[in-house]
Design a protein around this ligand. Structure first.
Ligand code: NAI
Ligand code: HPV
Length: 525
């Protein structure tokens, strides 16, 4: 992966001290500042490459856009407090530590299920008030009861195995985890329609997203057994609060355990509700893991070792080898050459087609597409493309992108072919990596006799081959104080061929070449 430089990190919440220590041991300056208001954070964030948060910091689009962050690290699981779309658009990596607090969140869920079955918090409170009320707190065994688990990911799985040890039957639903996988952990999957009426207890373990908002609502509560008890240690909103109040009042819901502060205060005050101030991950062990994990993941990424936990940068996953870095440079350089050819005549890019060839390019198609687009869009005003945001930037600019891979082993080292259409004109280029160096093999049907090394100052021009061409161009460049350092001519002698010269510096004004050539472009790679 191309190096990502992180020199400064702001930790805006209470994160385990190991996080700061690990980052500092690896040469990153760390500032810890908690409880900042939005305005304070917006002012402060400007100075940092990285931000580490838990769930309290709302990393909104305006905070992201006020900063020059390269990474937002979430020492925890849910990233719903981060505007991931805005971060992606800005090319900022969002990273979480998805398994650091799994056990703690699962244990709290089990604690709430047990508390709901035996009224432990209410009974303890009553004792503190000097009462001895055994009748009021009559409970029910968990043994033999049915637990419905909605969301069978990491936490759902851990809850299942723990509650099975109490003799509960565990059923569940998850649109992604396959039923045969959950069967192997003793969870029978079924549709939600089948699940609701069977459950004595329901616990939700999904992320908060449009499809999970209000999963439990008036309609679904009505499908449940009367007196069903529900637990939400995921996010507020998955159980619709107003519907929960109504279900508690009617007795349709027999009790709720909530680990998110309800917006509706009457839920906190309700005698059958046990609410916690978001304690799922608040254990020494979970915090130690999450703090350490996020720091180590950032350090590994900065050192170009591996990328773990990135939620919006899958494209970077295969970019850690020396070979992939060379291919990324190739893609960016080919894109930049085409961009300079097309924009020399002020053309607007409309279509891009990228074809990778050869077995060694097979796993690189994703990042090759993005790196070509980075090269193509790099000079667009107001646009800072990188591998993370470039696809969305291209989409926003109305550019259609096609990518495909063709297994042909015509070129053992792999070839990247790119065709762009700008204002109806088409430009094509193909390149490959030779001896560790990105080279251009072909530009719009001109196949270079010697591949053009894609580095330094390059001047491309389209002209008809003639014995005087090079000397005339050299003479003109010399009058501008520019020396020719290399020369690549196309094979064949048809009209309108592309030539390339490596030059000591770029021409101040390309139009100086006008008398000699039909088109010209120049760039520094
Ligand atoms: N209370 C706390 O302190 C903590 C809360 N959490 C919350 O718990 C959530 C789950 O965490 P993990 O289990 O680690 O995540 P996970 O990603 O391992 O599992 C989530 C599961 O939900 C499933 N899912 C998605 N949409 C669904 C739908 N419409 N219906 C049913 N299932 C659906 C996914 O397929 C996935 O298997 C997190 O998103 C976070 O919000 C996580 C850690 C601590
Ligand atoms: O990891 C999660 O998703 C959590 O909800 C934990 O949040 P916290 O780190 O305790 O603010």
């Amino acid at each position: 992966m191309a190096p990502i430089f992180i020199k400064t990190v702001l930790i805006s919440e209470s994160v385990d001290p190991r996080c700061k220590t690990i980052l500092e041991e690896n040469g990153i300056r760390v500032t810890e500042k908690q409880n900042m208001k939005k305005d304070e954070l917006m002012a402060e964030i400007k100075d940092y490459d990285g931000l580490v948060v838990r769930s309290a910091t709302k990393v909104t689009a305006d905070i992201i856009n006020a900063a020059n962050l390269k990474i937002i690290g979430r020492a925890g699981t849910g990233v719903d407090n981060v505007d991931v779309d805005a971060a992606t658009k800005k090319g900022v990596i969002v990273m979480n530590t998805p398994s650091g607090n799994t056990i703690s969140a699962a244990e709290l869920t089990c604690a709430l299920l047990m508390s709901l079955s035996r009224n432990v918090p209410q009974a303890a409170m009553s004792m503190k008030q000097g009462n001895w009320d055994r009748k009021k707190f009559m409970g029910a065994e968990l043994y033999g009861k049915v637990l419905g688990i909605v969301g069978l990911g990491r936490i759902g799985k851990e809850v299942a195995s723990r509650m099975q040890s109490f003799g509960m039957r565990t059923i569940g639903y998850d649109p992604i985890t396959p039923p045969e996988v959950t069967t192997s952990w003793g969870v029978e999957q079924m549709s939600l329609e089948q699940l609701w009426p069977q459950c004595d207890y329901i616990t939700v373990h999904t992320p908060l997203m449009p499809s999970t908002v209000g999963l439990l609502n008036d309609e679904t509560f009505a499908k449940c057994k009367k007196g069903v008890k529900v637990v939400n240690c995921a996010r507020g909103g998955i159980i619709d609060e107003a519907a929960l109040v109504r279900a508690l009042e009617s007795g349709q819901c027999g009790g709720a355990g909530l680990d998110e502060p309800p917006k509706n205060r009457s839920l906190v005050d309700h005698p059958n509700v046990i609410s916690c101030p978001h304690l799922g991950a608040s254990t020494k062990e979970a915090q130690a893991r999450c703090g350490e994990d996020i720091a180590l993941q950032i350090v590994d990424m900065v050192k170009g070792k591996k990328l773990v936990g990135a939620v919006n940068a899958q494209v970077l996953a295969n970019t850690f080898s020396e070979e992939s870095q060379q291919l990324i440079k190739l893609g960016e350089a080919v894109g930049a050459v085409l961009q300079s050819c097309a924009t020399s005549s002020k053309k607007t890019l409309k279509h891009v087609k990228i074809t990778t060839q050869g077995d060694c390019m097979k796993s690189s198609t994703g990042y090759m597409t993005s790196s070509v687009l980075v090269g193509l869009l790099n000079h667009e005003s107001g646009c800072c493309p990188n591998l993370i945001n470039v696809l969305s930037l291209a989409k926003e600019s109305g550019i259609t992108v096609n990518q495909n891979h063709c297994a042909s082993d015509e070129a053992a080292s792999g070839v990247c072919k790119v065709e762009i259409v700008a204002n109806g004109s088409s430009y094509k280029a193909s390149g490959s990596v030779q001896g560790g160096v990105p080279v251009l093999l072909e530009l719009s049907d001109s196949v270079f006799k010697q591949p053009v090394s894609l580095t330094g100052n390059l001047l491309f021009f389209k002209a008809s081959a003639s014995p005087q061409l090079l000397s005339s161009v050299a003479g003109l460049l010399a009058t501008e104080g520019v020396e020719i350092e290399s020369y690549s001519a196309p094979a064949g002698r048809t009209r309108d061929m592309w030539f390339c010269v490596g030059v000591s510096s770029l021409l101040r004004d390309l139009s100086a070449l006008k008398p000699l050539v039909q088109e010209a472009s120049q760039l520094t790679i």
